[in-house]
Design a protein around this ligand. Structure first.
Ligand SMILES: Cc1cc2nc3c(=O)[nH]c(=O)nc-3n(C[C@H](O)[C@H](O)[C@H](O)COP(=O)(O)O)c2cc1C
Length: 638
């Protein structure tokens, strides 16, 4: 098979020649005694046989997010949650120190082949892969050149447990760069990439694939990946075409088929369709996989992997409805945890001293006082970027006196203003907050506007102002819930959803059931249910391509249904779940994208998309693309 990358990529030999002497030395420099390299199930068991896995997510599975997700588990279980870093570009990681250091920070200062490693006397762990707090960790790369992949992998190997190859990214940028799912047609190159790491790297290699058109083809693909030396195979149960509004459902039956047809000792992770905690076990049971990975469900609820507290043991952070049937982590609690992680590990400051999280029954004097000053605070926030700190949010300095959190003060000498701007943990804060507060900001649009202006986490005072607003609105929501005996919680919405569910009971292409089951009040983090393709089509958010329209017309003429949409429906039926794709719709209207070099570039809103209405008329609808809340990096949805 000819390599599609041959024309666009340098050969492995020339790639190696391009590396700087220091980086090429990565192959030979060893400062710590080599550990025995384990493979497959033995390796899996050596890291505690993790069942739950935080997916690789560009700009979103960074250190602070992993810490937040782990924080919901009991201390003794935190290391058994396996996390993946975001996908990094192997060539850029090898060649561009700036790219590398603004994405992966296992030590203070620049990462090179000569950097101190665990076991060497001068090794001082920093954030990524810190053995005390950030393991188990797999680092993911995209690549189409074994030499670049190997050199990048060697740089990270001392600081992680395995290196993963992304074979699932379906985005345009991956098509142009010939990586991710666009390597599917080149099984020889896939073999070579994995096999190079299998033979040359000190730690195991793993791979994450999407399913192909048939079970048999997917099995052959999986066998190739495993034969090449992958220790663990992650299967995202969607095809390459299933992205954006076409995302639809992952097909767990394909994963089950692989489980049944691959040797027992093969370690398989299943990926797709996880909206809430109970889906995790459902997925393991249905697929027979060893572990289950979540991306979007985890972004909506970082407590997804944790068991919810027992009835009566909710504490202040967890909310449970009066009838005991619905519960979830409070948005104010999650936001506090997240911010405190940012202060502690990234800014290296004491977090502000905070009052206990509000519970009905507590003194409400602060709330009344705060309410009367809200308008002034909000105005200040809008007009003065640096003095928008709410009252009572003061830092305790070393001598115990209060001080104001600053946008630039940090004890980390490496975090000068520029470093703050590009810190992966601070860059990711705004999209994370939009995701966490997705349901909250639908009700409280003033907070959405504040968040839209808080572009970078280095503007920490803006985030304090947001937290302050969130805390008081949650307190008001909880008080109202009590005052109305529980009926203030979206009764109308629930009734509509129940009606919709009844109407669509036998329709596998309806998301109504999932929306009803997952509905929580706005003060609780919860999944974002994205319409299934048929619904997106009906809403005008999805436009069929000419090819798909032709195929649909041909099918209709032959008496069949709509192919693209039917495929998702069939997957739904096969997976035995109602719906499991999510989509954020509210957020800043201008988005940031990063180009190949990792530079941030601004993109403007997309123009409304003309859509064919049911009666054939062309209707202009606003593209949902303009209001997506999470980062519009083209690399998402691997
Ligand atoms: C924001 C975002 C970023 C993603 N980035 C990556 C990535 O870097 N590498 C990758 O393999 N998959 C990436 N994906 C895909 C997820 O890892 C996962 O395969 C996909 O979202 C399906 O899982 P889910 O149904 O739990 O969301 C990304 C997904 C999201 C939502």
């Amino acid at each position: 098979m000819a390599s599609p990358s041959a024309a666009t990529s340098p050969s492995p030999a020339s790639a190696a020649a391009n590396l700087s002497a220091t980086e090429a030395n990565a192959a030979t420099t060893t400062q710590a005694p080599k550990k025995t390299k384990l493979h497959g199930r033995a390796f899996y068991e050596s890291i505690g046989s993790p069942k739950y896995i935080v997916a690789p997510m560009v700009d979103q599975s960074e250190f602070a997010w992993r810490m937040l997700t782990r924080s919901f588990l009991p201390a003794e279980e935190q290391h058994t949650l396996l996390c993946y870093t975001p996908m990094f570009h192997a060539r850029l990681f090898t060649e561009a120190p700036k790219y590398r250091d603004s994405h992966f920070q296992p030590i203070r200062g620049p990462l090179t082949a000569d950097s101190p490693r665990p076991g060497s006397p001068d090794y001082v762990p920093f954030l990524d892969g810190n053995p005390e707090i950030d393991r188990s960790l797999f680092v993911q790369f995209c690549a189409n050149d074994p030499a670049y992949l190997l050199s990048a992998a060697k740089l990270v190997a001392p600081y992680c447990d395995a290196v993963d190859l992304n074979l699932g990214c379906p985005q345009g940028i991956a098509k142009r760069g010939q990586y991710g799912s666009f390597l599917q047609e080149n099984q020889e190159l896939i073999f070579e990439l994995i096999n190079t790491l299998h033979k040359e790297l000190d730690i195991p290699v793993t791979a994450k694939i999407r399913i192909l058109d048939t079970k048999e083809a997917t099995l052959k693909y999986a066998q190739n990946v495993l034969r090449a030396g992958a220790s663990i195979l992650t299967v995202h149960g969607r095809r390459r075409e299933q992205k954006g509004h076409q995302t639809g459902l992952a097909d767990w039956e394909y994963i089950r088929y692989l489980r049944e047809n691959l040797p027992k000792e093969t370690v398989i992770f299943a990926n797709g369709n996880i909206l809430q905690h109970s889906d995790l076990e459902k997925c393991l049971e249905t697929t027979g996989a060893d572990g289950v990975m979540s991306a979007e469900g985890n972004l909506s609820d970082p407590g997804l992997f944790a068991r919810s507290p027992a009835v009566g043991e909710e504490g202040r952070e967890y909310w449970r409805s009066k009838d005991g049937r619905r519960g979830g982590w409070r948005v104010d609690a999650v936001l506090r945890r997240y911010m405190d992680i940012i202060y502690k590990y990234v800014l290296e400051q004491e977090p502000p001293a905070r009052r206990p999280l509000f519970m009905p029954g507590d003194d409400v004097a602060w709330l009344e006082e705060a309410t009367s000053s809200t308008s002034t605070e909000t105005t200040t926030t809008q007009t003065n970027n640096n003095s928008d700190e709410p009252p009572r949010k003061k830092h305790k300095s070393a001598n115990g006196t209060a001080s104001t959190p600053s946008t630039t003060t940090t004890n980390n000498p490496h975090l000068d203003k520029k470093a703050l701007q590009t810190s992966p943990n601070l860059v990711s804060m705004q999209p994370h907050c939009f995701h966490l507060l997705r349901h909250f900001v639908t009700t409280h649009t003033d907070v959405r506007d504040l968040l839209a202006r808080a572009r970078n986490g280095s503007e920490i005072a803006k985030y304090e102002a947001i937290l302050s607003q969130v805390e008081r609105k949650v307190a008001q929501g909880l008080l109202e819930y009590e005052r109305t005996g529980g009926s203030s919680f979206d009764v109308d919405v629930l009734e509509t959803l129940i009606k919709e569910t009844e109407d669509s009971q036998n329709d596998p292409e309806s998301s109504a059931k999932a929306r009803r089951e997952n509905k929580r009040p706005w003060w609780v983090v919860q999944p974002i249910i994205r319409p299934l393709p048929k619904e997106a089509l009906a809403k005008g958010a999805l436009q069929l391509s000419k090819k798909e329209l032709k195929a649909q017309a041909a099918k209709k003429a032959a008496g069949g249904g709509a192919g693209v949409v039917a495929a998702a429906g069939a997957a739904a039926a096969a997976a035995g779940v109602a719906v499991a794709s999510v989509f954020g719709e509210t957020g800043a209207k201008k988005e940031e994208k990063k180009d190949e070099k990792g530079e941030v570039k601004k993109t403007t809103e997309e123009a409304p998309v003309p859509v064919q209405g049911e009666n054939g008329a062309e209707t202009a609808v606003e593209s949902l693309e303009t209001t997506t809340s999470y980062p519009k990096s083209e690399l998402v949805s691997g």
